[in-house]
Design a protein around this ligand. Structure first.
Ligand code: GCW
Length: 680
């Protein structure tokens, strides 16, 4: 208690609630299938019911007064109900829940065991929310086929950009002995319908290269754990594996020996893991090997792997995070924002049908504020998945609170105009926009071996919300937020109002005291935590702000800049190109302007910077008081965890405020219009 370990899957007793009698009447399970995933559903439901009701459910002999779980084809009563009620097409992973007034039973049915599992977790949510079961009839179907989590775990036990302890998977170049933690993680993921996981970092070092050879038995053990929760296992592979672990002298994707090496390796994997998902690849990116070494393109590289996986039904997920990371800061022509589109757009149609391109939500790198990547939706003949980052690399590293759901919602609603108005990212991601057979959403996990999984307790909401949102992008931010709060803390009016307020204001507050108006970065090099305005200004990474004594921002226009705006279609292109229509919050991403430039808000850029930073730091401090007021409404341990993080955030926000304000005061020589104190 008080650790947060149960996250949103705690089922405390409801002995004193009025719903207990209603729920008690259904405390019997009617199940006829012994499929592994259905048995997982049974054990999850039993666990939840026992927690809430105090007694475990019994086995029902009849469907009356019971919860009936099963597949349409495997459980006769479920099949009957489905036919009688003609629930709309529920697809392979969807489900229906039907409250049978006559029999007083609840039927959870699906076409497949995974659908039954998702339906069961849905029912558990309903129970935990305390809703009535009368008239509980619904049908659900996921919007996205691939709902994936990427672990950036290394076998030495570290987690790249991990802010919640070390890996739960590996330690000292071996697999963790106790995989109980992995099983509990699988529960959390399946409860929000995640159906695929990549178990290692996209930066694959020598030891992880062997995951597909030497370590296969251990990988198979992990696959078995995830299989019980209907989650498919994928591995990140090293493009240079044929050299690194195969003893060949080349990794050229068109070399027959290399192709054969991959085919043999892949066949070896499927021998031990027949339902293996496939490979994730980071190639020609940040010093990782790739096809460019051999003058081949990314279609050559990915198709080679796709060919090896094809006979087994596996897929290749190929990342588009390809850019020049050895840029000369003096070179004003090269624009990192352009890179993914410039590299991949010309290859549309050249990829095999079991290749999916994985594209980060923004053109640069998971900044607090970036435009949506113009590559998303721009390749009609190529499968794509959207990549999000749950781990808070640039958004406060789980020491600051930053609720990501509103940002993701904005991204999903963004209109690309790829097929005219209404061509939103959510349709591109789901594959519906261009009718792609493989599609979906992936995100970098935010968990580690910290007892509460995510370091900051409130960061659990990002993992929860991610799963909920990718199942159904139509859910509102409010719906997701309220669900998470009740499931995690129970019903309490003030608690609900306060936590909601904190979460919903968190991203705006953080944005206020960090890099202004979409310019990005200004973080400490390498760690990416804390302010360092010029930290990357003369580095090779292509992330510059170009602040001088007169102004700031990156000119990405066609008229006078890098031409990046031309990668957008129709109204987007014009909107970003023109100073008149470019939104304030992205102004410095697209334009270089004087500090005296007047924003749509009516303020000058410099005054905006001062105001935002003073206000942001103040608002961060106010979060501490808001939270303090919740003492006594939850377990003391939980309350304390968050108090500590919020206090750190408040202090650190002041550092951001002062560094940024001083920097711009020194550069511009323009004083704050409100005469607040700025260090010189
Ligand atoms: O944002 C950068 C991170 C790297 C990461 C890379 C990527 C896994 O700073 O740590 O490497 O992106 O997405 O490949």
């Amino acid at each position: 208690p008080g650790t947060g370990y149960q996250a949103w899957l705690g089922y405390p007793s409801i002995a004193s609630d009025k719903s207990i009698n209603e729920y008690m009447a259904y405390n019997r399970l009617h199940v006829t299938e012994d499929d592994e995933v259905i048995q997982t559903a049974v054990s999850e439901l039993s666990r939840g019911l026992e927690g809430m009701l105090g007694v475990p459910p019994t086995q029902a002999v009849q469907v009356e007064n019971a919860i009936v779980l099963g597949t349409i084809g495997g459980h006769p009563h479920v099949g009957l109900v489905f036919v009688e009620h003609q629930f709309e097409d529920i697809g392979p992973e969807g489900y229906f829940i039907w409250h049978d007034n006559e029999n007083q039973s609840i039927v959870v049915g699906a076409a497949t065991p995974s659908g039954v599992l998702y339906g069961t977790f849905h029912l558990l949510r309903v129970l935990r929310m305390g809703a009535s079961l009368e008239n509980l009839t619904l049908v659900e179907r996921p919007a996205n086929k691939l709902r994936m989590i990427n672990q950036w775990d290394n076998m030495d036990g570290s987690v790249e950009r991990g802010y919640a302890g070390t890996s739960i998977f590996y330690k000292d170049s071996r697999f963790s002995e106790d995989l109980g933690r992995v099983r509990d993680y699988a529960r959390l993921l399946a409860s929000v319908s995640v159906n695929a996981i990549v178990i290692n970092n996209v930066n694959v070092h020598k030891v992880e290269s062997k995951l597909i050879t030497e370590f296969l038995p251990q990988v198979a053990r992990l696959a078995a754990i995830f299989r019980a929760y209907a989650i498919k296992l994928f591995v990140s592979v090293n493009f240079a594996s044929p050299i690194e672990i195969g003893g060949l002298s080349t990794a050229d994707p068109l070399d027959p020996a290399v192709r054969q090496w991959w085919k043999d390796a892949t066949a070896g994997i499927y021998q031990q893991i027949p339902d293996f998902g496939g490979f994730l690849v980071k190639a020609d990116s940040e010093h990782r090997p790739g096809p460019f070494t051999y003058n081949r393109d990314h279609a050559d590289g990915s198709n080679m792997l796709a060919e090896a996986l094809k006979p087994f039904g596996g897929i290749v997920i190929w990342r588009c995070f390809v850019y020049n990371c050895k840029q000369d800061w003096r070179d004003r022509k090269t624009d990192r924002a352009r890179a993914a589109y410039d590299h991949f757009k010309p290859l549309d149609g050249k990829f095999m049908d079991n290749v999916i391109l994985q594209i980060k939500n923004g053109p640069i790198d998971f900044q607090v504020r970036e435009p949506v990547s113009p590559l998303l939706g721009a390749m009609p003949s190529t499968n794509q998945v959207l990549e999000l980052q749950i781990t808070q690399e640039y958004t406060g590293q789980q020491r600051h609170v930053f609720y990501l759901i509103p940002q993701w919602k904005e991204i999903l609603e963004f209109d690309t105009y790829a097929k005219g108005e209404g061509s939103t990212i959510k349709l591109a991601a789901s594959g519906a926009l261009h009718g792609n057979p493989l599609a979906g959403i992936a995100a970098v996990s935010n968990i580690g071996d910290d007892l509460n999984w995510t370091g900051h307790l409130l960061a659990q909401a990002n993992l929860y919300g991610y799963g909920r949102l990718i199942w159904n992008p139509e859910l509102t931010v409010d719906e997701i937020t309220e669900e998470w709060i009740v499931l995690t803390f129970g019903h309490h009016e003030k608690l609900m109002a306060t936590i909601k307020q904190i979460l919903l204001s968190s991203s705006t507050i953080y944005e206020s005291y960090t890099a202004p108006l979409g310019v990005g970065f200004m973080v400490t090099p390498h760690t990416h935590y804390g302010p360092d305005v010029d930290g990357y200004e003369y580095a090779m990474w292509g992330t510059y702000h170009y602040a001088d004594w007169q102004g700031i921002g990156v000119d990405r226009t066609q008229a006078t800049g890098t031409g990046y705006t031309s990668q957008y279609l129709g109204p987007n292109c014009e909107r970003y190109e023109s100073l008149v229509t470019c939104p304030d919050d992205l102004l410095l991403f697209f334009h270089h302007v004087p500090y005296t430039h007047i924003l749509h808000s009516g303020k000058t850029v410099i005054q905006h910077i001062y105001d935002a930073h003073f206000e942001g730091a103040e608002q961060a401090a106010a979060l501490v008081d808001l939270w303090a007021d919740l003492s006594g409404t939850m377990e003391a341990g939980l309350h304390k965890q968050v108090t500590e993080r919020l206090m750190e955030q408040a202090e650190h926000a002041k550092e951001w405020r002062d560094r940024i304000n001083t920097y711009f005061y020194r550069k511009s020589g323009i004083a704050d219009g409100l005469h607040r104190f700025i260090h010189l």
